[in-house]
Design a protein around this ligand. Structure first.
Ligand SMILES: [Zn+2]
Length: 609
């Protein structure tokens, strides 16, 4: 709060706001009982009880078609079967299906609705629901339906816990296996984990924190809590003296072969890792950066939210042109926080930042799509797994994670330069956090641009708009130069191939095939296609997707003959080779002591005069 206000007037305004949503009956509540006795077969039987409804009113029961933090239609009703409805007095009730995950009818005289269904839960990878003999992971938005009329009423979930199990979540506990959410929206924002997980408890400043770990890990809780607490403190420091969003936080960590990624929630996160991360330095750093990413989301997107996400629409995909801000700026901070928490040194930080920059600048789709377009198309391109468009994805779309992260880097350094270090991306994040609290209308791009303008003037504000809505390259090298860093390509390794095919390969069951072709490579115009089986390269049989040894025999622009299999037929295709290039890297400018601005940026401290 920046200006003193009349506390009473404010209180009056706030209570008027909280009363404003539709009046709910005092008995309005939803309760879910979860029977886990068939968990070894990945089945839960769920009963839902909805009370305090208005008799005779229209009734609509829906499962959200997406879960927050994953912008993809998942239609959880696809894993639901044997759904029945009753009126609360044991009489069966008929509801008509009006959508893939929606049923409609009329509230019976009892003012109650009971539902019962079987849920199949075999979907740990997308962090929606998973059951087995040893644990239960239930992401409520992908498990429990809601009635629009009771969306703002309390929800209780009661799990029938097997002996020796515990339940953990960001919600208030209401007994063994019981969790209580003030509203359905909060329930959806609070994934539930039950089982015999390990728990590492600690405090990060005033935040009581728990890491609940299911799956193999090294058992080194001291190292883990020290590192995660340091990251949490560095994240809080971005927002200076602004109040923390929560005083309690839970990391749910699933460790298993091939797992990765995470999702943010109100005061918790679900983080996935391969167990190798506990025994490998670089993988461990990546896991920590994922912890930092999800925790930073507690502010960015869980508190200050793009306007279309201010109140979730569970019925359909929500188009947001600001996912680059929600995800990309968070991706920038997940690296920066590692450095600020002193978990990596400057050299390693610049290496990781360089990898992100390389992912963007060398991406075939760079310049083909704006960040705003990439955000809006998240549902149909970004997270969509459709085989029909996958090979074209790299050519025609950009990642709002990586490119949004590089935009964050450029904006941060340019804000620092334009204000002689008095403002930065930290300042902008803090303004959005303070000006757009949860429960309000959320922010839009104009709100961001206006704040950049106020901090650093019209020129940077206009440039910022171009980086978001335009397709021109980002001024990365220029921004890095302001803190004494240079951007250049690494030289190719001694003896490495100088020619490249310009296509990514896939190896399956001893067959090598084309995954996708870079639109910029001559092979693209020559007609090499995704899914072509690559049988021979310039007369030599291809045995592995590593073409490097074969490419060394050729020079860029030389045309080689490829023997391909396409829909069961043999085909010979002459293909000119592309030129191999080293990856982009960031390094300190030569013979120069780092400018004070570099240290201020890396540490988050104001620049020393
Ligand atoms: Zn994220």
């Amino acid at each position: 709060m920046k200006n003193p206000v009349n506390a009473l007037a404010l209180l009056g305004a706030l209570s008027a706001l909280s009363i404003a949503p539709k009046a709910l009956a005092e008995s309005a509540a939803s309760t879910f009982e979860v029977d886990l006795s068939q968990r070894a077969s990945q089945i839960a039987w769920i009963e839902g009880h909805f009370e305090g409804l208005t008799p005779g009113a229209p009734l609509a029961l829906s499962f959200p078609v997406w879960r927050t933090g994953l912008y993809r239609v998942i239609d959880p009703a696809g894993t639901v079967s044997q759904l029945t409805f009753e009126d609360g007095e044991g009489q069966s009730l008929t509801l008509t299906r009006s959508g893939t995950s929606r049923w409609e009818g009329t509230v019976p005289p009892s003012g109650q609705l009971h539902v019962r269904y079987r849920l199949y839960a075999n979907s740990l990878e997308d962090r929606t629901r998973d059951l087995d003999a040893n644990h239960a992971f239930l992401n409520p938005g992908a498990v429990f339906p809601y009635l629009e009329a009771l969306r703002d009423a309390p929800v209780t979930v009661q799990l029938g816990l097997p002996e020796g199990w515990a339940l953990i979540s960001g919600l208030e506990q209401c007994g063994p296996g019981c969790a209580l959410a003030p509203t359905y929206d909060r329930l959806v924002d609070s994934p539930l984990e039950a089982g015999t997980f390990d728990a590492v408890e600690f405090t990060a400043g005033p935040v009581h924190s728990t890491i609940a770990i299911d799956g193999p890990w090294d058992g080194n809780g001291e190292r883990l809590k020290g590192d995660v607490a340091a990251l949490m403190t560095a994240a809080a420091d971005v927002f200076g003296s602004a109040p923390l969003p929560t005083d309690r936080y839970l990391f749910l960590l699933h460790s298993g072969e091939g797992l990765g990624g995470g999702t943010e929630y109100y005061n918790s996160t679900v983080v996935h890792t391969d167990p190798k991360a506990f025994w490998d330095k670089k993988r461990y750093e990546s896991m920590l950066s994922l912890f930092a990413h999800e925790y930073f989301h507690t502010w960015n997107v869980k508190r200050f939210r793009p306007a279309p996400l201010a109140r979730y629409d569970y019925e359909q995909p929500t188009i947001v042109d600001l996912l680059w801000a929600a995800e990309g700026l968070t991706s920038y901070y997940d690296l920066l926080l590692l450095r600020r928490a002193k978990l990596v040194d400057d050299k390693r930080f610049l290496e990781m930042l360089g990898e992100m920059v390389d992912d963007v600048l060398d991406h075939p789709g760079y310049g083909q799509q704006s960040l705003a377009e990439a955000s809006e198309e998240a549902w149909i391109k970004g997270y969509h797994r459709g085989r029909d468009r996958t090979p074209d994805k790299r050519n025609e779309s950009v990642s709002f994670y990586a490119q949004g992260g590089v935009l964050g880097l450029v904006l941060d350094l340019r804000l620092r330069e334009a204000t002689a270090g008095s403002a930065s991306l930290d300042t902008l994040m803090t303004m959005l956090y303070e000006d757009f609290p949860l429960g309000g209308p959320g922010y839009d791009f104009l709100a961001m641009k206006a704040r950049v303008h106020a901090l650093a003037g019209a020129e940077l504000a206009e440039a910022f708009e171009g980086w978001v809505y335009g397709r021109e390259p980002l001024p990365v090298a220029e921004a890095l130069a302001t803190v004494g860093l240079t951007l250049s390509r690494k030289p190719l390794k001694e003896g490495a191939a100088t020619a490249a095919l310009g296509a990514r390969l896939r190896e399956e069951g001893g067959r090598v095939s084309i995954r996708d072709v870079d639109r910029r490579a001559p092979a693209f115009a020559a007609g090499l296609q995704a899914e072509d089986e690559l049988l021979a390269f310039a007369g030599t049989l291809v045995r592995s997707k590593d073409l490097e040894p074969l490419l060394r025999r050729h020079t860029p622009e030389e045309t080689v003959s490829l023997t391909l299999g396409r829909r069961g037929e043999l085909l010979t295709l002459p293909v000119p080779l592309a030129t191999a290039a080293g990856a982009w890297e960031i390094s300190p400018a030569e013979e120069e002591t780092p400018p004070a601005a570099q240290l201020a940026w890396l540490t988050g401290e104001p620049p020393q005069p």
